[in-house]
Design a protein around this ligand. Structure first.
Ligand code: FES
Length: 514
């Protein structure tokens, strides 16, 4: 693996690792090894699943959370962890697509989520580096000044507290910025460890390494695991990104996956405070963090569709150069990446998964704003399960259909999938297994056929069938993370072929070396 291209730049950590997970002991939970019966079964133990379980168990419901891997080790553990209702330049766009009432509701749902986190941290004295920060979207390009100005007009029309400024506190000149005050940042893992422990204290159960393979609809619903166990329940909440139960609703065609990258760095210059996002691409995201008591900077950005990047290491290098130019770079302490799902109209899907099945609920499609949207989802789905009305249920309903811009995005997205399905099958590699160096992976030609190959640090060759087990697209090698990524719907597999992220549920096939 390439670790460093330019001798003037500092070295990268060899392996990706999130600071949030590295700095927090996350408790282990058992695998489900019996049939159980609960009020609510929650599939997926990230911020959405754990918060939903916390809220429901606090109300006295009997809950079980199951996760195919370890709790909090998906996107939740790999975010930049900004807690804000400022989701890029979105309010002006939403005003024109959805109108004032719905756009204001979107703001309020996310503002309420921030308040929930703030209150929970304060009341329970959770030590999670929660700090209040002003959030900025800035531009250094003349082309984006009007967009910032339109966003400010939208803030005023919607009554969102904020201001328009030309210069931010950042140490480079900007043309314009919009600021939303009193937002926040934290380390999500200790916060959610507290909630997970509360779930157990409140009588709930959490199971890890438990893969759900299907659900029998009905009342009660019956969830089935890959080990043949059953969870009988009154309600199901799917909070595992792609709905685990998707035979008819085709969510895989209504969502697309994007990856983005994060560095935690020691800098020469002092960070001025605040959270920042560039309006223009390539996106640049900034916030501060304390690592071992030392102030450092988190630099994020470089989003691209999963499996459709070029050499993935170059995304880390682009962030490194930005950090060096902006603050002066002393050391890259951590590097990690995250995967986020996008809905067709940029609003998340929260609520009943299918219009005619009231007891199976869904929460997904947060774009990159999962810290607030997940909590909004947990609050809304808790209300739906406890039969309370919520002002947000129509806005986020997964069965909504907004003609603009849904149809166009749906067609474009699925044309993109079709293109990758065909292109992947036609692509021929001439590389051979014996040409691979240690810690190098590639699609190779083996006995006249495509195969995925990775030679590990000990020299052992790992071979997989590159046909994605979801719907048959061809996976590509992700050099920076040492994974096989699918360009069609974002499934990801380890170099040994095991599923890291769905919608695929089955491992890649094995290929035997001759
Ligand atoms: Fe759908 Fe790979 S994720 S084909």
């Amino acid at each position: 693996m390439k670790m460093k291209q330019d001798e003037n730049l500092v070295a990268f950590p060899q392996f990706p690792e999130s600071y949030w997970l590295a700095s927090t002991d996350v408790p282990n939970f058992p695998k489900l090894n019996e049939d159980i019966q609960v009020d609510v079964a929650i599939v997926g133990a990230g911020i959405t699943g754990i918060t939903t379980a916390y809220l429901l168990s606090k109300k006295g419901l009997n809950v079980a959370v199951v996760d195919a891997g370890r709790i909090l080790h998906g996107t939740t553990g790999h975010t930049t962890a900004k807690i804000t209702a400022q989701h890029d330049l979105i309010y002006s766009e939403f005003l024109s697509h959805f109108g004032k009432e719905k756009t204001r509701l979107y703001y309020e749902a996310n503002r309420d989520a921030l308040e929930f986190i703030r209150q929970t941290v304060e009341e329970n004295h959770i030590d999670c580096q929660f700090t209040e920060e002003d959030a900025y979207v800035y531009t250094s390009a003349d082309t984006h000044v009007e967009k910032i100005s339109d966003e400010y007009k939208a803030y005023k029309e919607l009554g969102i507290p904020g201001s328009y400024v030309e210069q931010t506190p950042l140490p480079f000149s900007t043309k314009a910025a919009i600021m939303m005050e009193n937002q926040a940042q934290f380390n999500p893992v200790p916060f959610l460890r507290y909630l997970a422990n509360q779930v157990i204290r409140q009588g709930g159960k959490i199971y890890e390494q438990t893969t759900v393979v299907g659900v029998d609809k009905g009342n009660p619903a019956i969830i089935k695991t890959s080990d043949g166990h059953k969870i009988t329940c009154n309600h199901v909440v799917s909070s595992s990104h792609f709905p685990f139960n998707d035979p008819n609703s085709l969510y895989f065609a209504r969502l697309h996956a994007e990856r983005s990258y994060v560095l935690a760095v020691k800098t020469d210059k002092t960070y001025p405070g605040g959270m920042y996002l560039s309006a223009e691409t390539p996106k640049r995201s900034l916030r501060s963090v304390l690592i071992n008591g030392e102030p450092m900077v988190i630099v994020g950005g470089e989003g691209h569709k999963t499996g459709q990047g070029i050499c993935t290491f170059q995304y880390y290098e682009a962030l490194e150069k930005f950090a060096e130019q902006t603050f002066g770079l002393k050391e890259i302490v951590y590097r990690w990446s995250a995967q986020d799902l996008y809905s067709l109209d940029k609003l998340p899907y929260i609520g009943q998964e299918l219009a005619d099945v009231p007891n199976i609920l869904l929460a997904t499609g947060y774009r990159k704003w999962g810290m607030t949207t997940s909590v909004a989802a947990a609050l809304l789905n808790t209300n739906l399960i406890t039969r309370k009305e919520s002002p947000y249920q129509d806005l986020f309903s997964p069965s909504r259909f907004h003609a603009d811009p849904d149809i166009k995005t749906f067609v474009t997205q699925n044309a993109n999938v079709a293109k990758h399905l065909i292109a992947g099958k036609l692509g021929i590699s001439h590389k051979k297994a014996e040409e691979l160096q240690q810690d190098e992976g590639a699609v190779i030609r083996l006995n006249g056929k495509r195969a995925g190959a990775y030679r590990d640090l000990q020299g052992t060759l790992h071979l997989v069938d590159t046909t994605c087990t979801h719907m048959g697209c061809e996976v590509d090698w992700n050099e920076a993370e040492r994974t096989w990524d699918c360009p069609c719907h974002g499934s990801r597999f380890s170099y040994q072929g095991e599923v890291i992220e769905g919608p695929a549920k089955k491992a890649l096939g094995k290929v035997e070396a001759e």
